[in-house]
Design a protein around this ligand. Structure first.
Ligand SMILES: Cc1ncc(COP(=O)(O)O)c(C=O)c1O
Length: 334
């Protein structure tokens, strides 16, 4: 097959059975490998869809300056798509930006706009959004893709992975287990699959320390999963009971994934694997699971695949567990 451009390579992602990792559990676990997308992650899909649909309906023109508050996979994906469509792109980032991601965005020709002032919460999220709004006021050609509120985000997954899964699987799965950040992925795939499989149960996976499902904010280091504000797109009543996974549990599961399956994946891939391990251990009969592995491991060499970092996360993990235990009244433990 000869592709017209690299953008036509978006979405050609395989489904793999994780039978070596889950062989003993009697459960079947299928994983769709979104790391096979040309920009290296699942975020190629919303970036491509938002830009193409915008160009088609005129809300984006060849003169537009695309702006997004992101320093991660979405910014990289937008930089790639904008390069191919001849659009200017600026990623509004903060000092927590990983140097590798900064370089990748720049290699694609994207600009970096760095904010350094902290917001009222002590983070940078509000400052970044303020900078985006300032750029929109100052530059008539500026367009904010706004992945947390843009309906085309979930639609890209509905028409993308949702459609492909139904094409590739001839039997329904019992459980769909997916990581959540903007919620575009989980809503898009769930809405499409439930049209064909109305009984599908959906388990969202969030990072410990994220506020998406009403829990308290806490320090978390892995990007990709979770959020420090609730996205406009998130519709809690469409999803099942959430499973929270911390950085240490995610990293351990990533290392199991590479050891048993030869899949070198990013942090949130470990999060969904850890969630399935925890959930399936309580099942009375075998079940069929489907999950998504959103990106590759290279962007996590300083974290998930670094032993010193892992040790730090291990200490934090056990400190949290023992605090939880000592905070629980005795009556609730017996
Ligand atoms: C690296 C990465 N990208 C994207 C996603 C999907 O998140 P969203 O809810 O923003 O579609 C996840 C979720 O696990 C992720 O880990």
């Amino acid at each position: 097959m000869i592709l017209h451009s690299i953008l036509d390579g978006i979405g050609k992602t395989p489904i793999v059975s994780l039978s070596r990792l889950f062989g003993e559990s009697r459960c079947e676990v299928l994983a769709k490998l979104e790391m096979f997308n040309p920009g290296g992650s699942i975020k190629d899909r919303p970036a491509h869809y938002i830009i193409e649909r915008g160009l088609a309906d005129g809300s984006i023109s060849p003169k537009s300056h695309i702006i997004e508050s992101s320093s991660g996979n979405f910014a990289i994906a937008l930089a790639m798509v904008c390069r191919m469509r001849g659009l200017r792109f600026t990623a509004v980032v903060d000092p927590k930006l990983s140097p590798v991601n900064c370089q990748i965005i720049q290699c694609y020709g994207g600009n970096i706009e760095l904010v350094t002032e902290r917001d009222r919460q002590g983070g940078y999220l509000e400052t970044r959004i303020e900078r985006v709004k300032h750029m929109l006021r100052e530059q008539p050609d500026a367009v904010w893709t706004n992945q947390y509120a843009n309906e085309r985000n979930w639609q890209s997954h509905y028409n993308g992975e949702g459609e492909e899964i139904l094409r590739d699987l001839d039997q329904p799965v019992d459980y769909l287990v997916l990581g959540v950040s903007t919620s575009g992925t989980i809503h898009g795939i769930t809405r499409r699959l439930r049209e064909a499989w109305p009984g599908l149960k959906v388990i969202p996976v969030d990072a410990f320390g994220s506020v998406l499902f009403g829990t308290q904010p806490a320090v978390r280091e892995l990007p990709g999963l979770g959020a420090s504000r609730v996205p406009e797109l998130l519709k809690r009543d469409e999803l099942g009971q959430v499973i929270h996974v911390d950085d240490y549990e995610s990293a351990i599961a990533c290392r199991q994934l590479v050891k048993h399956e030869g899949i070198f994946a990013g942090g949130s891939s470990g999060s969904v694997i850890a969630a399935i391990q925890r959930f399936s251990a309580h099942l009375l009969k075998p079940a069929r699971f489907l999950t998504i592995l959103p990106d590759r491991g290279e962007r996590y060499l300083d974290t998930v695949y670094n032993d010193q970092w892992l040790l730090r996360m291990k200490e934090r993990h056990f400190a949290r567990i023992s605090k939880q235990f000592t905070d629980t009244p005795l009556a609730q433990t017996v």
